[in-house]
Design a protein around this ligand. Sequence first.
Ligand code: NAP
Length: 278
Amino acid sequence: MSQQIYGLIGNPVAHSLSPRMHNAAFAQLKLPAEYKLFPFKEEELADFLKNLAAKGISGINVTIPYKEKAISYLDKIDPLAELIGAVNTIKVSEGKLEGFNTDGEGFLKHLEESGFDPQGKKIAILGAGGACRAVAVALAGRKPKSLAVFDIDNRKVEKLVSELSVKFPGISFAGINSLPGLNINQSDLLVNTTPIGMRESDACLIDAKFLHQGILIYDLIYNPAETKLLKIAKERGAKTANGLGMLLYQGVLAFEIWTGKKAPVEVMRRALAEGLKK
Ligand code: NAP
């Protein structure tokens, strides 16, 4: 088997932990493959994607800011990725590009590993960008009772909520235009999909008084491992989870799409943990 090339496109990608995770998995399964970083500017995107097969690349992950833009260069798109409106994984086979989105399913796998079953639950989401769309579609597929979304950009919220309402009848969707309207004090799960919390100087978006023992607070951010939101939630006795498990499982699912082999999950988990320590 000749050497296979995989990698990540985005801008910036320098700090990504994906090469560690995937290269550890390739080594564990003794696959002749390497995962590289491909940073480039937007004007180079079309040329890069049109020539993926010619460059000998078998699969790529896609991150900010190309997850939506990459769709127009695909030959085929998985229905879930189409509904989300973004791809994070592309597989090249026989010169054709097929797009997938493993972010939402990766999130769900970690959520369920954390002991949370979304069915019949009241869910609140902060942020309505790309990651939220993946998370919201995945959650909607598990029949929650209600799903409320807040973002500073109300147009994104309205668009997402109207699309989801058509696709998932029977679930109560709400686009919220003020934080108190999220009713966090009555929710079972709050997911932060905004980048607020990544910087030390970021304020916590949620007032501690809304957090309670019966809620799981899931922050998609994994660096820092404990955002202010998660710290305050813990202090209030809420259950908490950060996005490292989502990062792991979106990678596990991408690996399995590319190679057709079962991913060595624990090896990938360790590679991520070691990468974060550096
Ligand atoms: P994005 O497309 O920029 O979405 C973030 C959304 O949050 C935007 O709509 C943004 O609005 C909104 N927002 C910003 N500040 C807000 C505030 N104070 N209140 C309400 N909404 C606010 O980014 P993304 O790709 O979805 O990523 C979001 C976060 O998830 C990032 O931290 C990313 O690292 C993380 N993530 C983690 C994983 C994982 O595997 N763990 C995977 C994907 C993403 P504006 O655009 O108007 O600012």
